[in-house]
Design a protein around this ligand. Structure first.
Ligand code: DGY
Length: 321
């Protein structure tokens, strides 16, 4: 009988995923539940054929170089793979897999939650209530801004951007988007296409980021681009912290140039820029985009489908490299 592939499991994954790992792989587990450093990847990965990894693992060029020669594949428990130096992996001959599709709905839901939470001042309301500071209803208390009839600008109209658009239409929002390629009419569903991000920014009363973090999108939303937004915009980020220039957004939230922001992702997570924490108009979540039982189970099972196919000599369902 062929021996089971040896797998370094860098995180504590959902139960059904752990069970399948136990059944089909010889697993070595990270004793903790935090991302591994390059040194730890080298150490714990010794003798392993593949990694089941996640955002937070240091799979940059140094981490990839530290991996033992036995490692042939990286399956990340995420759709995003900006934590992996894909070129370094390719050069080394490593296969890389991710988990698209299965977290689309969950992430779109969080984008809508952020839109509502930021525009309707949900955090300020919660805080007032829980602190015992609510003295009763008044006609002018915590007035937010409605979504209905607003223009929503979506940067990156991939699977998640489209899922956000579908849901936002239910709130009476008018959809605008910018994408590398214009979508076919049936998927555009009446949305207005902007070939240039600057044109999209100019109409976006709500601006939602859905592009991957790449060298091209690094700090995309900076002071100059914020200045292009219409008055009192709401900024939403469920993509990656790296696509926003924190200093510029914080300054704009402080001055009121941006009315509110809903943020699920941050540069240098979990070290959130402390200035965000004191801003009442920043509605903040700790990277919960895909955090549903359904999505996280499906992500783990897809990550294992990728590895199973790889070791069986079949084409994995979601290959990056
Ligand atoms: C991803 O999959 O890239 C998310 O950010 C983690 O859920």
């Amino acid at each position: 009988m062929q021996s089971k592939p040896r797998l370094l499991v860098t995180r504590r994954f959902p139960g059904a995923v752990m069970e399948r790992i136990g059944r089909d792989y010889q697993a070595r587990h990270n004793p903790g539940d935090r991302g591994l450093t390059a040194e730890e990847l080298g150490e714990l990965g010794r003798g392993c054929d593949a990694l089941l990894c996640a955002p937070g693992d240091a799979l940059d060029a140094r981490g990839i170089a530290a991996l033992p020669a036995s490692v042939r594949a990286l399956a990340t428990f995420s759709v995003g793979y900006d934590h992996i130096d894909v070129e370094a992996a390719r050069t080394r001959g490593l296969a890389v897999f991710n988990t698209p599709d299965v977290l689309t709905d969950a992430t779109a839901e969080i984008a809508l939650l952020l839109m509502l939470g930021a525009s309707r001042r949900a955090w300020e309301g919660q805080r007032m209530l829980r602190a015992g500071d609510w003295t009763g209803w008044t006609p002018t208390q915590l007035l937010g801004r409605g979504l209905s009839s607003k223009r929503l600008g979506i940067l990156g109209m991939g699977r998640i951007g489209q899922a956000v658009a579908r849901r936002a239409r239910g709130f009476g929002v008018e959809i605008h988007y910018c994408n590398r390629n214009r979508l076919p009419a049936e998927r555009e569903a009446g949305a207005t296409y902007h070939a240039a991000p600057e044109s999209l920014l100019g109409v976006s009363q709500i601006f939602s980021l859905h592009c991957p973090a790449t060298p091209e999108t690094q700090r995309f939303l900076d002071r100059e681009r914020i200045a292009l937004l219409p008055p009192d915009p709401i900024v939403i980020n469920t993509a990656r912290g790296a696509v926003v220039d924190d200093a510029a957004l914080i300054e704009a939230l402080r001055s009121g140039r941006v009315a509110a922001a809903g943020l699920d992702v941050f540069e240098d997570e979990p070290d959130v820029n402390p200035d965000y924490l004191s801003l009442p108009n920043a509605y903040l979540l700790p990277h919960l985009g895909s955090a549903t039982v359904e999505a996280r189970n499906a992500m783990g099972l897809l990550a294992l489908d990728n590895l199973d196919a790889f070791f069986a000599g079949r084409e994995p369902p979601a290959r990056v490299v």
